[in-house]
Design a protein around this ligand. Structure first.
Ligand SMILES: O=c1ccn([C@@H]2O[C@H](COP(=O)(O)O)[C@@H](O)[C@H]2O)c(=O)[nH]1
Length: 276
């Protein structure tokens, strides 16, 4: 089954567009986990088990694992999700982008070492930096268009000329992906929930291609505006990510942290579903 097929089944089965992001920050862990050798894996497993029936995807953020020298724990949590929840798409948020030969190694890392269903990619270095990921036909390539951070405007809002019209760079990227790069039908795109107008612009360009939308929760993106701008005719089309607002909802709750995160995930899923 391809990434896109798996995602469609997950949307239907879970009745959820929520993607829970795994951004494990040890400074925010419950007291009883601090200092334990496998605390990152244990913390994430608690969140995964508590929210698995509420999500359409999980998205581990590679930086949190690598910065803590916890690559083996990232391998372990990816393997756990694959084994215990094989129907839930696993997205590795790595935002890779490099020359082809190096990209081949990054693709091996994402799809073979971590066995992710999809990986996030920067389009900045062009098609040959994306192509090695597309060789893995069953896996997904999720390409940044309009990111959720304010500084994304520095480049993504620059005007470029396309077919005699001046359009923002992020729209040019959406055209490239939809019309040229998505050769095997495995691409998706990132647009931040902090930019609902741009979600609608990208949706108009890419048709029914899935969107990964970070920026609700801790970054303050508006859920109603996001869903209205990004949904497709059947009320799906989006993986709406929330990380910190769910992971650390139970801060100070110690052993009970995962139950509080579950409650936060349920409320977020329900809020999203209200506007589908
Ligand atoms: O444009 C982007 C692309 C990726 N991210 C990532 O999503 C999560 C957001 O975390 P929150 O705690 O829900 O703010 C994080 O892993 C980012 O690296 C993004 O925020 N914006």
């Amino acid at each position: 089954m391809t990434f896109i097929e798996k995602l469609s089944v997950a949307w239907e089965k879970s009745n959820s567009l929520l993607c829970v992001g795994l951004d494990p920050d040890m400074n925010r862990f419950p007291e009883y986990l601090r200092g334990k050798p496998d605390s990152i894996y244990t913390f994430c497993r608690g969140i995964v088990d508590a929210t698995a029936d509420l999500v359409c995807a999980f998205k581990p953020q590679i930086a949190y694992f690598h910065a803590a020298r916890a690559e083996e724990q990232l391998e372990a949590i990816c393997a756990y999700i694959r084994e215990q929840y094989p129907d839930i798409p696993l997205i590795l948020d790595a935002k890779r982008g490099d020359i082809g030969a190096t990209a081949q190694q990054y693709a091996r890392e994402a799809f073979e070492r971590y066995n992710a269903d999809a990986v996030t990619l920067s389009p900045y270095m062009g098609f040959d930096s994306i192509e090695p990921y597309l060789e893995y036909r069953e896996r997904g390539a999720i390409i940044l268009a309009r990111t959720s951070n304010p500084g994304g405007s520095d480049l993504q809002f620059l005007k470029v000329s396309e077919s005699g019209k001046n359009i923002p760079l992020y729209q040019h990227v959406a055209h490239l992906v939809a019309e040229k790069w998505n050769v095997h039908g495995q691409c998706a795109m990132v647009v931040g929930a902090t930019f609902p107008h741009e979600i609608a612009e990208v949706r108009a360009i890419i048709g029914n291609m899935p969107l990964l939308i970070p920026g609700i929760g801790a970054q303050g993106g508006n859920v109603e505006a996001t869903v209205s701008a990004g949904k497709i005719a059947d009320g799906t089309g989006m993986m709406i990510n929330s990380s910190r607002a769910i992971l650390y909802a139970g801060i100070g709750e110690n052993e009970n942290y995962a139950a509080i995160s579950r409650r936060a995930a349920m409320m977020t899923r329900d809020e999203i579903n209200r506007y589908r």
